[in-house]
Design a protein around this ligand. Structure first.
Ligand code: NAD
Length: 498
């Protein structure tokens, strides 16, 4: 029997009351293992009520004590790593080692948030004018919300609530309905770490829950990660309701391979970054761009046997390169993009569509697919596939290669492989994409830097975590103070420093 999941509001597990549920699958077997309750507007408002009630107390807790909750939360997540990784892997389908990476990347943001006493300090100018001091402070916003995707159910909620809560805000997380168990468990651990009830709430649901968060006047800020069409809607609707919004969207990440690149190393990087997590990463490499026919031919010769040899297995198989994709519906979408690529005239060198895993015939498995001779006019190139599919788009010159990611609608990540420092430097400077790797296939910035793409990969102007995150989750107040006054009388001229 599939178990019914719950919400987590005001420090307690709350059963859903709407009577509406969405199935959570075990992607290895195709069976329904749980049901996610879909919150009504009232249930979502109950989570906002709890966060609103917790805000006055939590925002007054001094920063060192808030940091100590973060230190304890980090310790608890580490202590529960195995349980969390199995939970994550069983709903998402990524292999255990990769699930641990997902959690570890979240922990690293919590480590960053442990520095909040230092990060949230304001600035001070003594003697900004005669007898005048000027100082600024970064204050928390109030009730904040995060709406998260299925593909990083540990890291992305922690990107958001880790920094937001450390800054003194209270939080409502609306995770993906496909794999919500890890965010629910993280909220329990946050309470165990010492955060008061209501500081972190999880409300499960779909559009009605999201729309309540977007329109309730008590929610001050919304952070979103997911598909671009959703991101655009969240950005526009949240902003129209007076909230600050950051909304990260989809991606199509290119890897440029110059003729001088170490091709064996490149092939290892492309295989890992293209097919790891079944390609369900917003920083997956989905297009390889070899420069010159000779580079392209050599690359294809090396890639084909490696794609054919990919080991697809259950998410608990320690030898598997990657596991199943998240749902049967998502697998059909990936297959339809492969069908489309074939129809559009791309050369399908390795076809993973018909793969089945013996003993797990109902699981959502896919073999790796490899396309060559993909061109920018193809719809299968223009859109995100989000599966174990690598497309090769050949370029004649470095300039043509630079133009491909630069002109693409998405601008999340890009990588260049070369031994030529000058070429790499020039590329990094010119490319119209937010995160760049130089001989690094997945250039996800570390927690103390900041994550965010460009163009349709991100709506809004502030990135996730790092100093940008602290900026997003706080508002700045600037005070001008004078304690001694002369006898100047009234002044009708704007004060200046002339
Ligand atoms: P999704 O947009 O379908 O869902 C994301 C969240 O939005 C979920 O919580 C979902 O319930 C909610 N949602 C979906 N449709 C909605 C609607 N019409 N109205 C209101 N809320 C809605 O995304 P997904 O399939 O869960 O995640 C995969 C996508 O996320 C990919 O496009 C991937 O590239 C992207 N992604 C981007 C980044 C990044 O940082 N740029 C990181 C991870 C994933």
């Amino acid at each position: 029997m599939a178990k019914d999941l719950h919400h987590f509001i005001n420090g307690a597990k709350i059963a859903g009351t709407s009577g509406n549920f969405l199935d959570v699958f075990d992607p290895n077997t195709g069976e329904v293992q749980a049901r996610t309750p879909l919150a009504t507007e009232d249930e979502t408002r109950a989570a906002i009520d709890a966060a609103e009630a917790a805000f006055p107390g939590w925002s007054q807790v001094n920063p060192q004590r808030r940091a100590r909750v973060m230190f304890e939360f980090k310790r608890l997540v580490e202590a529960n790593m195995d349980e969390l990784a199995h939970m994550l892997s069983s709903e998402h389908g990524k292999v255990i080692a990769d699930a641990k990476g997902d959690i570890q990347r979240g922990i690293e943001v919590i480590e960053f948030a442990c520095g909040i006493p230092h990060l949230q300090k304001g600035e001070f100018t003594e003697g900004a004018g005669p007898g005048i001091d000027m100082y600024s402070m970064r204050q928390p916003l109030g009730v904040c919300a995060g709406i998260t995707p299925f593909n990083f159910p540990a890291m992305i909620p922690m990107w958001m609530f880790g920094v937001a809560i450390a800054c003194g805000n209270t939080f409502v997380c609306k995770p993906s309905e496909k794999d919500p168990s890890v965010p629910l468990r993280l909220a329990e651990l946050m309470m165990e770490a010492g955060a008061p009830s209501g500081v972190l709430n999880v409300v499960n649901g779909s559009k009605p829950a999201v729309d309540t968060l977007l329109t309730d006047p008590r929610v001050e800020a919304i952070s979103f990660v997911g598909a671009s069409a959703t991101a655009e809607y969240i950005y526009a609707t949240g902003a129209a309701h007076g909230k600050r919004v950051q909304a990260m969207g989809g991606a199509k990440n290119h890897a440029i391979i110059l003729p001088d690149a170490d091709l064996d190393g490149v092939v290892n990087d492309l295989i890992g970054a293209g097919y790891g997590s079944a390609g369900e990463r917003c920083m997956a490499i989905s297009v390889a761009v070899p420069v010159g026919e000779d580079t392209a031919n050599r690359l294809v010769d090396k890639l084909i046997p490696r794609v054919e040899a990919l080991k697809v297995g259950t998410s608990t198989d320690p030898d598997a390169d990657y596991g199943p994709v998240v749902t049967a519906e998502h697998r059909e979408k990936i297959k339809s993009y492969i069908d489309m690529g074939v129809k559009e005239g791309a050369e399908l060198l390795v076809d993973g569509r018909d793969f089945t895993l013996q003993g797990y015939e109902n699981g959502f498995f896919m073999g790796g697919s490899l396309f060559d001779k993909v061109t920018p006019d193809m719809q299968s190139y223009q859109e995100e596939i989000f599966g174990p599919v690598l497309q090769i788009a050949r370029a004649k010159t470095p300039e043509e290669a630079l133009a491909l990611p630069s002109n693409h609608q998405y601008g999340n990540g890009v990588a260049i492989f070369t031994e030529d420092g000058n070429a790499a430097r020039n590329f990094a400077s010119k490319v119209n994409v937010g995160m760049v790797g130089i001989n690094v296939p997945i250039p996800v910035p570390l927690a103390y830097h900041t994550f965010g793409g460009w163009k349709r990969s991100a709506f809004g102007d502030t990135n996730q975590h790092g100093p940008e995150g602290v900026k997003f989750w706080t508002k700045i107040k600037t005070v001008t103070a004078r304690w001694s006054r002369g006898n100047e009388g009234a002044s009708f001229v704007i004060p200046t420093m002339k």
